[in-house]
Design a protein around this ligand. Structure first.
Ligand code: NAP
Length: 314
């Protein structure tokens, strides 16, 4: 199978779009890259950084003649973008994406994809709290997982090409249903972000502890939550609006478990607390052993030697 694409179109040139361009250039798998972003500033920056060969101020022009189209915009605008690009897609082209929720992305995008064009939804589980074209880096996807959630009737050759594409960008590939993806990500990504947003919001609203104290003493644990809570507000608003059911299901479980912890603290049940904390410590060990994080005590912040982010997210 030929790994190369003659023409790749990136719709959205932020953290993920720019990192994809860099990873494609490293792998030598795209002869030509065109791009589209909403603002003139991002478009100019992408051109200046060499992320794209040509940039367009509307998505329809960017996809004209493309063999592979990758949607890298917030999931709330997928439907609008899909409608705009649909009449300009080349027969036989492949449309894939990077959206953090899959069932809603398929609901909003698939109806617009013309017959003869392949739509293969994807989610690279890699990212950071930073946004924009300057935030991207070549190694973002290295050693991380990309989940493909094919829809019924998917063409096997197109699926194989998309699998190979993500592998060439440095990722391992897994396949699951969109619904299962959304449940898995609700607990591994969406809930941790919600909790981080909430804890940072609570601390900011406290009257008894001042904001300067919260910042001064943040090394006690708070600062690790602030990294997640610094994530892009548009992206995360769209994630919660579009993965409502799975997040609410996981949140219900979480609240039950939190109530149990609350009881254990109230009644001085030290053994309950100790047993849980011992179990959870092992999970972190397993993540390190699986190569999804490092031992570094400053995980989650840029490393002085490489300037790269720590854990994979998305
Ligand atoms: P980002 O850095 O904020 O970039 C978003 C890009 O989309 C920018 O180029 C932006 O253009 C463009 N855009 C926004 N609204 C648009 C619109 N209405 N029309 C056209 N272009 C528009 O975001 P990102 O982190 O790359 O996220 C992009 C996608 O990746 C999201 O769907 C997200 O769910 C998924 N994802 C993110 C992560 C993560 O950790 N960040 C991980 C995995 C997957 P301007 O710059 O001109 O506004």
């Amino acid at each position: 199978m030929d790994d190369k694409f003659h023409h790749v179109a990136l719709i959205g040139l932020g953290l993920i779009g720019s990192s994809l361009s860099l990873a494609m250039r490293r792998a030598g798998i795209a002869d030509r890259i065109t791009g589209h972003a909403r603002s003139a500033r991002t478009r100019a920056k992408a051109l200046e950084m060499g992320l794209v060969d040509t940039v367009f101020d509307n998505p329809a022009d960017a996809v004209r003649g493309a063999d592979l189209i990758i949607l890298c915009v917030p999931i709330g605008v997928y439907g609008t973008i899909a409608r705009e690009i649909a009449p300009h897609l080349k027969p036989g082209a492949i449309v894939t994406d990077v959206g953090s929720v899959k069932a809603a992305v398929i609901r909003d995008t698939a109806p617009h994809i013309p017959t003869g064009v392949h739509f293969i939804p994807a989610h690279p589980i890699a990212g950071s709290e930073r946004s924009g074209p300057e935030a991207g880096f070549t190694e973002l996807f290295d050693g991380r997982w990309c989940i493909l959630t094919p829809i019924p009737g998917t063409d096997e050759t197109a699926l194989g090409k998309v699998r190979k594409f993500w592998q060439n960008c440095g990722m391992s590939v897994d396949i699951m249903t969109p619904e299962h993806h959304d449940l898995v990500l609700a607990i591994t990504s969406h809930l941790p972000h919600l909790i981080a947003y909430n804890i940072v919001g609570t601390a900011a609203d406290l009257e008894t502890v001042t904001e300067s104290e919260v910042i001064k003493f943040s090394a006690g644990g708070f600062r690790d939550s602030t990294r997640l809570a610094a994530s892009d507000p548009t992206m995360w608003r769209d994630v919660f609006l579009n993965n409502k059911e799975a997040v609410l299901e996981m949140l219900a479980r979480f609240s039950e478990d939190l109530t149990a912890l609350q009881r254990a603290i109230r009644w001085g049940e030290g053994e309950t607390l100790f047993n849980l904390f011992a179990r959870t410590r092992k999970i972190r060990r397993n993540i390190i052993d699986a190569g999804q994080d490092t031992e570094a005590p400053d995980f989650g912040r840029p490393h002085a030697d490489t300037g790269k982010e720590g854990p994979a997210r998305g």
